[in-house]
Design a protein around this ligand. Structure first.
Ligand SMILES: Nc1ncnc2c1ncn2[C@@H]1O[C@H](COP(=O)(O)OP(=O)(O)OP(=O)(O)O)[C@@H](O)[C@H]1O
Length: 335
């Protein structure tokens, strides 16, 4: 049972969504057969999800492919009607798509573009200014701010189709946040971007969150996005929430133990280190290995007394390792 947060900006209770999928056998005969006997089945994509998000909270929404992340975000932004349950976002019911609600939210899907392809991004911005009824003074102030933070100078007047993926994504973000929404649904906002551009997008989201106390739900296959932005993590698997808590606590759920990193003064072999733990990697005078959680202090003490160690650190395993463990063989997240 989720305890209600009195000032929740996003409130989700027992949210459900089933899709009806029509099935057809392959080939012409298959088409003919399905024309006469239409076979369909129901896919339960989201099966009773509940959580509250406070103003200014940033959560990472993780799960393997097909877990129900996009379906949930689409219901929260009012693009899909839930099959059951309750959703309130900034005091509105998303499915009604009321103006007050639309002015409070934004949905950014890294795989879909919202800018008009054949026109310069600036034209799409003006369209958004009109749609969201943004006063001129606020529009110009926001444009100045975003142009500087995102480095949009010189690209706003280029046809969108001629922009690089990174340039386009920066414009997409600026357009999606032009009306200064208080709730951001970000579905893979950094997908396909190079490392520098991913970092630029992260910094922008972090600053926006701090400046406007925006609530952010973020899905990403890049763990660096999640670890840089979110302290709280929601994990969904097969349509159900299987974890809601601290990023640090999620790391502790991994059964694999802790990662011990060593800086050595004299070289050691992998075979020598294998006596102290598993997953040994040696690279010159640096080494790392995994030791069982309960044994960390004993094994660290042994390493320090047996070897010529210059530095030793103990860390939780990378979050992608934990997700891999949580989801077994299923593809969960890429690092
Ligand atoms: N329009 C649709 N019609 C039928 N089934 C759908 C539809 N959209 C999604 N599904 C199914 O619902 C389930 C959840 O899909 P969803 O896209 O929400 O997952 P996801 O967690 O966002 O996955 P990914 O990480 O791969 O984007 C999947 O089994 C998917 O096949």
């Amino acid at each position: 049972m989720t305890t209600p947060t009195p000032d929740a900006r996003v409130r989700v209770r027992d949210l459900r969504k089933s899709y009806t999928v029509h099935e057809k056998e392959p080939g012409f005969l298959g088409s003919l057969r399905s024309f006469v006997h239409r076979k369909s089945r129901s896919v339960e994509a989201v099966k009773g999800v509940s959580f509250d998000l406070a103003p200014g909270e940033v959560v990472g929404f993780l799960g393997p492919n097909g877990a129900g992340k996009t379906t949930t975000l689409k219901m929260l932004s009012g693009l899909l009607h839930p099959s059951g349950g309750e959703v309130r976002v900034a005091g509105s019911e998303p499915r009604r798509r009321e103006t007050a609600f639309l002015k409070n939210i934004t949905l950014v899907m890294g795989q879909k573009q919202q800018l008009i392809w054949d026109l310069p991004a600036l034209d799409s911005f003006l369209v958004n200014q009109a749609i969201y009824e943004i006063p001129d003074a606020q529009y110009h102030a926001t444009m100045r701010e975003y142009t500087e933070v995102l480095g949009l100078e010189g690209i706003l007047k280029k046809q969108v189709r001629k922009l690089s993926l990174g340039e386009r994504m920066k414009c997409e973000l600026a357009a999606a946040l032009l009306h200064r929404p208080r709730v951001l649904f970000l579905d893979e906002p950094t997908i396909g971007l190079d490392v520098n551009m991913q970092e630029a997008v992260r910094t922008f989201i972090r600053d926006y969150n701090a400046r406007y106390e925006a609530t952010v739900i973020l899905t990403s296959h890049y763990m660096a996005d999640v670890t840089a932005l979110a302290r709280r993590i929601l994990v969904i698997d097969q349509g159900q929430l299987v974890f809601d808590g601290d990023l640090a606590r999620l790391a502790e759920q991994g059964s694999g133990g802790k990662t011990v990193r060593l800086q050595l003064r004299r070289p050691v072999t992998e075979a020598q280190l294998a006596r102290y733990g598993s997953g040994v990697k040696v690279d010159g005078l640096s080494a790392e290995l995994t030791v069982p959680r309960a044994e960390v202090s004993v094994r660290a003490a042994r390493l320090l007394s047996d070897l010529d160690v210059a530095d030793l650190t103990v860390e939780d395993p990378p979050i992608e390792t934990v997700m891999g463990e949580l989801f077994g063989g299923k593809e969960a997240v890429r690092g």
